[in-house]
Design a protein around this ligand. Structure first.
Ligand SMILES: C[S@@+](CC[C@H](N)C(=O)[O-])C[C@H]1O[C@@H](n2cnc3c(N)ncnc32)[C@H](O)[C@@H]1O
Length: 204
């Protein structure tokens, strides 16, 4: 019951909280999502912030496990007949009958910080991608500078419960490479305070 209300609050404040960051992030999102074609799995769609940025002719299957986020994503998808949203997490994708078995693209944006087991999630990304499919990634990663890296380690135990599970100190880029993803392109950028974001396009 408390968790339900808490998730509702997180979903309600997510877009206002992200507004200033989106001035930078949206261009990265757009650059990645414009590469998509065919059938796409969007993991952890949140409020549906990516939906307007897909080409209109791709078929997007978006998944989102938090009910309040899912409801917002469903509303956001109303304007996009090519986008369907499902109230499940990445762990359930392979056994979910309404989803295709394989995808041309998987998109993962600000999600691997939050999933309970990012290694397992990376394995599912691999399993559901077609053999020539691509994973498109925009994730925030542990700061590379020692000072901010240490601050993030210190803040993380407080940050995580306040943000419904987001971790500041994961290296999603390392996790994906360890899972066998081979970057065709990678870019790292800071939002001014050494909060590094990683953008990756990888082959399966
Ligand atoms: C920080 S939000 C990012 C939302 C959106 N992708 C964006 O770029 O704004 C993280 C999202 O991941 C979702 N999430 C958490 N655990 C997940 C899981 N196991 N599988 C899929 N999504 C998950 C959360 O519910 C939340 O909506």
């Amino acid at each position: 019951m408390i968790r339900k209300h808490y998730q509702k609050l997180v979903a309600a404040i997510y877009d206002p909280f992200m507004k200033s960051l989106e001035k930078v992030l949206t261009e990265h999102r757009r650059g990645l999502l414009q590469k998509t074609s065919g059938i796409v799995l969007e993991v952890g769609a949140g409020t549906g912030v990516n939906f307007p940025l897909y080409p209109k002719d791709v078929e997007v299957f978006a998944i989102e496990p938090s009910v309040p986020m899912y409801k917002r994503a469903v509303k956001a998808a109303e304007n996009y007949p090519n986008i369907r949203v499902f109230n499940i997490g990445i762990e359930a994708v392979k056994n979910y009958p309404e989803l295709p078995k394989t995808f041309d693209f998987v998109t993962s944006m600000l999600v691997l910080c939050t999933v309970p087991d990012p290694q397992q999630a990376a394995g599912v990304y691999r399993d559901v991608l077609k053999s020539n499919g691509q994973l498109l990634v925009l994730e925030h990663i542990h700061a590379t500078g020692r000072f901010y890296g240490k601050i993030q380690n210190l803040v993380n135990p407080v940050w995580r419960p306040l943000t419904d599970g987001c971790n500041l100190n994961r290296r999603q880029d390392w996790i994906l490479k360890k899972a066998g993803f081979n970057p065709l392109f990678e870019d790292y950028f800071s939002l001014g305070t050494d909060w590094y974001k990683a953008v990756m396009v990888t082959e399966n």
